[in-house]
Design a protein around this ligand. Structure first.
Ligand code: NDP
Length: 277
């Protein structure tokens, strides 16, 4: 029970990695608020958290709306009395309307030698696609952080965990320049904010994952032909993608007292993807 009686808010906690973190926090005794835009998914995860015996709150919010974000923090404090932990997990990978097909395309691209790739991605990107990525992955993350700091500075305690990506520290997503740039911004923001608020008792850190087997990600993997899938796995010296539990355990560590001396760090669970590149 490393998070007993702590109050956490996990943005994008209604799916994928955010759901994994929300459930891991609940197992460690935290009360957990989650947010996302899909009501049905929110209610589903709220039930899963409650089934673990933890307090749960689902808030339907689009984090690109700063007023709605403010209200979400008010609602969380009204419900649970305070806020100790913020996980800035909500994020998008594609800024156009993309689904599994694009995820598959991404995986195919990272296994294709660079000279064979089209060089038309950045020069053909629309203003809208570039900006949309930053609206969610950077601006939304900032709105949430700003509200959390108002609560945490008053109490002299807090943990903020920003979720970036391996794409923010390596060139692996050369075909998604807007995604890479947005996650690079999250990395830099973590270091700067970590320095700014450590003296106020707030630890800010960042997890920059490689490939983790969420349901959606695995749908992409499973739609690859066997040869491409094998080539993809060769990218990692571990020859596998990470498990959600392995990743969520890191978030628990950073959110708990065990992580009290971690400040402004960028930790990348990636199966060796970067050292192999
Ligand atoms: P998913 O697409 O499965 O989940 C994204 C979550 O973010 C959903 O809960 C979604 O909820 C929420 N979300 C998206 N946009 C908004 C918004 N505008 N307002 C509120 N909530 C929003 O992605 P993953 O779980 O795979 O990724 C989670 C994080 O981890 C992201 O930041 C991603 O970049 C990062 N990451 C993931 C990796 C992986 O291997 N899976 C690798 C590297 C980084 P809803 O749609 O209901 O709004």
């Amino acid at each position: 029970m490393r998070l007993k009686d702590r109050v956490a808010l996990v943005t994008g906690g209604n799916a994928g990695l955010g759901r994994g973190i929300a459930l891991a926090f609940a197992r460690e005794g935290a009360k957990v608020a989650i947010c996302g835009r899909r009501e049905e998914k929110l209610q589903q995860v709220v039930k899963e958290i409650e089934a673990l015996g933890a307090g749960a709150l689902g808030v339907k919010v689009d984090i690109t709306n700063s007023e709605d974000v403010k209200n979400m923090f008010v609602e969380t404090v009204e419900r649970f009395g305070t806020l100790d932990i913020l996980v800035n997990n909500a994020g998008i990978f594609r800024s156009d309307e993309a689904g599994v097909q694009d995820r598959k395309n991404h995986l195919d691209l990272v296994t294709t030698p660079i000279p064979a790739r089209s060089l038309s991605i950045t020069k053909n990107m629309s203003d809208e696609n570039w900006k949309k990525m930053f609206e969610v992955n950077v601006h939304g993350l900032f709105y949430c952080t700003r509200e959390a700091l108002k609560i945490m500075e008053d109490k002299g305690y807090g943990k903020i965990i920003n979720i970036a990506s391996i794409s923010g520290i390596s060139g692996i997503s050369a075909h998604s320049p807007n995604y890479s740039a947005s996650k690079g911004a999250v990395v830099a923001f973590t270091r700067s904010l970590g320095y700014e608020v450590a003296g106020a008792g707030i630890c800010v850190n960042c997890i920059a994952p490689g490939y983790i087997e969420t349901d959606e990600f695995m749908r992409g993997i499973n739609s690859m032909d066997p040869e491409t899938r094998a080539r993809f796995m060769q990218l990692m010296p571990t020859r596998r993608v990470g498990k959600v539990e392995e990743y969520a355990a890191l978030a628990v560590h950073l959110a708990s007292e065990e992580g009290n001396y971690m400040v402004g760090q960028i930790i990348s669970p990636n199966g060796g993807l970067v050292i192999a590149a």
